[in-house]
Design a binder for this molecule. Sequence first.
Ligand SMILES: *[C@@H]1O[C@H](CO)[C@@H](O)[C@H](O)[C@H]1NC(C)=O
Ligand SMILES: *[C@@H]1O[C@H](CO)[C@@H](O)[C@H](O)[C@H]1NC(C)=O
Length: 331
Amino acid sequence: TAAHSACHSALMIILLLLGFASLAACSDHPPAEDPTQGKWTVFKDDEQLHPCIKMYATIRLKLSYVDADDAMKEVPEFAVPADAIAATGEGKSSCYERVHIGDEFIDSQVLHLEFPHNEGWNVRLAFTQDPRMGVNQNDYALWQVNVTANYSSMPDLFHNAVKDHTHTYFSVIDFLNPPYIAGVEYTALGDSLYCPETPQEFEINVDESVGPFASISLSDLWMQAYMSTDDFGKQVICADDQTDLDMVPVIISAILAGLVLFTLITYFVYRSRLPTDILEMTEPEFEEEHEHHEHATEHNHLHDNHNGSHHGHNNANHHDNYGYKEEENRF
Ligand SMILES: *[C@@H]1O[C@H](CO)[C@@H](O)[C@H](O)[C@H]1NC(C)=O
Ligand SMILES: *[C@@H]1O[C@H](CO)[C@@H](O)[C@H](O)[C@H]1NC(C)=O
């Protein structure tokens, strides 16, 4: 019994240790302060008390450009400076702006970022509640990203660029086919969208007839537009990050189940290979059964001897016994 329970306790301890190890592995990513993450706010009022847009994000851009020799070039992905400024004023950040698309306009809130060390650069992120952009009632979405580039002020990246040439990359809006980004970067009014894990990439322009290619990647993202509170509302985790988080317990359970099975199989295989005499030592039930059996044969053996060789000698005793019993039975 001792060997048995010792084995069981060892199994339990191994399982517990595995459990703790997996828990530790799960909770072992503290939110590191990312130096590329910018924190921007657009206010409704000059006193800067009531925000309409708050955005914490690392924004990366991938841009192509036409150089001075008319060749199409692509620059390595680079981050919008974390110290970019949410600029205000005419045609810049705004809580109420009609963004023109051809003859139409989309009521929007716009975050307009200017690069402090690169003159002539800006990124414009437009949010809306307009159903024509595929936004459901009581939701808001990021629907357009424009990037204005002044190649001359980033000469290290844009080699041999046309001097003092600025270009605006913009996502072409098709009213019949609402923008993909609006179907991903959206949530309910009053809630904030939180995407800490998976960087999300969106095309700005892929149509060469419109201009050079451009895409944007958003990571470490926490944002909200159409705000009516002074701080972020309830965090809604991005669909991409949700599936990631949901997979963690599933994977860990699968690994643990596999280990339990492995341990049990190993235990039984090991046990089945033990010689019988060791099994007798470790298996109390088997041992007891065996003993009883042995005792029983011994007794029979003794009886046989007794009755066989000393038969005549004990006849008197036997009779005495019977006589006594008969006497007893009379009363
Ligand atoms: C983006 O650029 C396009 C083309 O210039 C323009 O029609 C649109 O209004 C711009 N959108 C924003 C949010 O600035
Ligand atoms: C573009 O950058 C160059 C170099 O920094 C600067 O001289 C020029 O004024 C900029 N153009 C615009 C439109 O900001």
